[in-house]
Design a protein around this ligand. Structure first.
Ligand code: PLP
Ligand code: TYF
Length: 398
C-alpha cells in the first residue's frame, strides 16, 4: 500500500528551518519560524518555569493518568487568564476548559468537536492567516473560507471588507479570530472594531473560534485579552484554543487548552462532555508536565509575578527590535517608508517584500524569512541587525 503514497509538501514555515540548518554559511539568519530569541540569540527556559519544574520534581508523587480534560487546577487558571477571574461567563458557569497539546491540538479538538456534534461545516479564516489553519481545519473535514483582512496598500486592516465578507456567512458558521498579535500581519482590531464584530456575530449567529497564541506579546496579558472579553460579553457561544508555547516558552511541552462557552450551564456542560469524548478518541488524555508547570506558576503569586516580568522583558525586547529595524533600514539607505513595522503587534512583521525578494534574501544573503514576506522580529538581535538590513537594502535596490 505504501507504494501509492506521494511525498508531502514541506511546511512553508517549519520547512524553512530545515533549509536553514542545511545552509553552510556562517552569517546566516533565521527569521522564519516564530520562536523568541534573546539578545544572545538563544531561546532560553524562563526562570519561573525552571523554578516550577524544580518544585514539581521534588513534590510530584505519581505519574498516573490524568482525566481527559487534564490538570483541573490548570484549566481553572486558564479561564482566569482568558476572561479575568470575575467574568460573567465564569460566574454563570457557562465556561469549561480542557488542557490540550498546544494551540494546534486545541484547534484540532475544537474542529473535531464541531464536525461530530454540530451541523456546522464551514470555518472562515482571515486572508492571510497562519499557514497551518487550512491544514488543521480541512483535516477535520471543515470547509475553509476566507474573509478579507489585510490591505497591502496601507499595510493595515481592511475592517470594512472583513465585515462585508463575514456578513455573507451562514448561521452557525465558525469564524477564526486571532486573539491578539495576528499571525502573520501583526495587525489587530481595536476595541470598537471588536465590539462591531461581536455585534455582527450576534446578529448573524456566527460562532467565534479564538486562536490565542500570543497573549502578553502585544501590550500585556490583560490588555491582549480585551478583544476576547468584549466578544464573550456579547455572543452566547464561542470557542477558544489557546497556547502557552510562546508566552511561557514551553514550545516542546505542547501545552494549550480548548475552552467552550455555551448559552447556559447545561449546554456548555453537554458540549464539554462531547469535547472530552472527542479527546478520548484522539489521544485519550494529555501529557501532564506542561499543565503542571503553568498551574504551579499561576497558583504562586511570586512565581506569577516573575513570569509576568519575564514576559514583559520578551515583549519589550521585540518592541526595541522593531524600532531598531526601522531605524537601521533607513541607515542602510532604504528610502521606502517602513514605519508601519513599529505599529504591528507581536512576534511578526509583514514586510511587503515580494516572493522574488524573499528568495534573493535567502539565496544571496542567507537571510531566511517566510515566502509571504513575514519576518520574525523575535529572531532579530543587535548583532544580526546589520546583516539583515544590509541584505534587505540590497534586494530593495534592485
Ligand atoms: N496559532 C497561531 C496563530 C500560531 O502562530 C501558532 C504557533 O505556533 C499556533 C497556533 C500553534 O501553537 P502551538 O505551537 O502551541 O501548537
Ligand atoms: O507561525 C509560526 O512561525 C509559529 C510556529 O506548522 C509554527 O506559529 C509554524 C508552523 C507550524 C507550527 C508552528
Amino acid at each position: 500500500i505504501f507504494s501509492l503514497v506521494e511525498r508531502a509538501a514541506a511546511d512553508p514555515i517549519l520547512g524553512l528551518t530545515d533549509a536553514f540548518k542545511a545552509d553552510k554559511r556562517t552569517n546566516k539568519v533565521n527569521l522564519g519560524v516564530g520562536i523568541y530569541k534573546d539578545e544572545s540569540g538563544q531561546t532560553p527556559i524562563l526562570k519561573s518555569v525552571k523554578m516550577a519544574e524544580a518544585k514539581l520534581l521534588s513534590e510530584e508523587i505519581s505519574k498516573s493518568y490524568l482525566g481527559m480534560e487534564g490538570v483541573l487546577a490548570y484549566n481553572t487558571a486558564v479561564q482566569g487568564l482568558l476572561f479575568g477571574e470575575a467574568h460573567r461567563v465564569i460566574q454563570d458557569k457557562r465556561v469549561f476548559t480542557a488542557q490540550a497539546p498546544g494551540g494546534t491540538g486545541s484547534l484540532r479538538v475544537a474542529a473535531e468537536f464541531v464536525m461530530r456534534h454540530t451541523p456546522v461545516r464551514t470555518i472562515w479564516v482571515s486572508d492571510p492567516t497562519w499557514a497551518n489553519h487550512q491544514n488543521i481545519f480541512s483535516s477535520a473535514g471543515l470547509e475553509v473560507k476566507q474573509y478579507r483582512y489585510y490591505q497591502a496598500q496601507t499595510h493595515g486592516l481592511d475592517f470594512e471588507a472583513m465585515i462585508a465578507d463575514l456578513s455573507s456567512a451562514n448561521i452557525g458558521d465558525l469564524v477564526l479570530l486571532h486573539g491578539c498579535c495576528h499571525n502573520p500581519t501583526g495587525i489587530d482590531l481595536n476595541i470598537e472594531q471588536w465590539q462591531q464584530l461581536a455585534d455582527l456575530c450576534l446578529e448573524k449567529s456566527l460562532v467565534p473560534l479564538f486562536d490565542f497564541a500570543y497573549q502578553g506579546f502585544g501590550e500585556g496579558v490583560e490588555e491582549d485579552a480585551q478583544g476576547l472579553r468584549v466578544v464573550a460579553n456579547t455572543v452566547p457561544e464561542l470557542l477558544v484554543a489557546n497556547s502557552f508555547s510562546k508566552n511561557f516558552g514551553l514550545y516542546n511541552e505542547r501545552i494549550g487548552a480548548i475552552t467552550v462557552v455555551g448559552n447556559d450551564e447545561t449546554q456548555a456542560s453537554n458540549s464539554f462532555s462531547q469535547i472530552k469524548s472527542t479527546i478520548r478518541g484522539l489521544y485519550s488524555n494529555p501529557p501532564a508536565h506542561g499543565g503542571l508547570i503553568v498551574s504551579t506558576i499561576l497558583a504562586d503569586s511570586g512565581l506569577k509575578a516573575l513570569w509576568l516580568s519575564e514576559l514583559q522583558e520578551m515583549r519589550e525586547r521585540i518592541g526595541q527590535m522593531r524600532t531598531l529595524f526601522v531605524q537601521s533600514l533607513k541607515a542602510h539607505g532604504v528610502t521606502q517608508d517602513f514605519s508601519f513595522i513599529s505599529q504591528q503587534n507581536g512576534m511578526f512583521s509583514f514586510s511587503g517584500l515580494t516572493k522574488a525578494q524573499v528568495e534573493q534574501l535567502r539565496d544571496e544573503f542567507g537571510v531566511y524569512i517566510v515566502g509571504s514576506g513575514r519576518i520574525s522580529v523575535a529572531g532579530m538581535t543587535k548583532t544580526n541587525m546589520p546583516v539583515i538590513c544590509k541584505a534587505i537594502a540590497a534586494v530593495l535596490a534592485v
